[in-house]
Design a protein around this ligand. Sequence first.
Ligand code: GLN
Length: 298
Amino acid sequence: MPNTTHMRIPSNRVRDIERYLMTELGGLYPEGELRMFVRLLFEAFLGWDTPQLLLHRENTVNQSDLLRFHWAVEDLRRFRPIQHIAGYTHFCDCRIEVSPDVLIPRPETEEIVQQAIRRLEGTLREEANLLDLCTGSGCIAIALAKRFPRANVCAVDISTKAVAMAERNARQNAATVSFIQADILKPMPALPHSAFDLIISNPPYVQEQERQQMERNVLDFEPPVALFVPDDDPLRFYRSIGQYAATHLAPTGLLILEINEHFGPETCQLLQQQGFETQLQQDFRGKDRSIIAIRNKK
Ligand code: GLN
């Protein structure tokens, strides 16, 4: 470890705290990300939104809040995710609590949920059945349940700790979701609903060999079970989900999957063999990131 002594926050004035955070972490994170950190920390610690933060620049915070900012900077120095420091993140108008037991919801996933909502809006029957597999924090299921309050939303995860966190998130967002602990790679238990109008999933899809390219904030703090698949079988979750969807999707139902950008065509091909028509979609970075599939009519 390099022997560095760090400055202390020069005063408890808001603008000094802000400047301290920007300069102390300047070499470690891009400026845009640091501005997001500042906004999220003031929101999490003091309940201020961005306009309030601007208005309170000349105010001071009390000693215990000052200490929280101090520790936040120390945590960010060792790449603890900002969402773990804040305790939550925003996802499709929901506030989703996160911990090391669940994957932190990503903007790519938010984009896929927004696409799913656009597809379903106006066409979804009353009391439709929706299913989210590998739900983690519950973010996808909860966002869908909020948008379609009359739908029956089920969500499944292998981890009991994730299910507990997801249940808590549903309660806090006043969303009704039935969470079930089960492993999609094994025979599935009966779920409260079937003939799903939508099956959606963001399963683990990162190959072990991709570890080298990954950031420390992911590798050191997020659950490997939610991220990694073996190098020799990177599509294992898609095979199981496709099989399940082939028998549990309503005839006109949609299957929407987040995917590894390196396996777009292969994942489409696998689903086609399982009887689906597929459409590959790119994310806001232009990478192959999701597949929308429907059952082949033939
Ligand atoms: N997109 C996530 C990441 O890059 C991985 C999500 C997943 O495995 N489903 O860290």
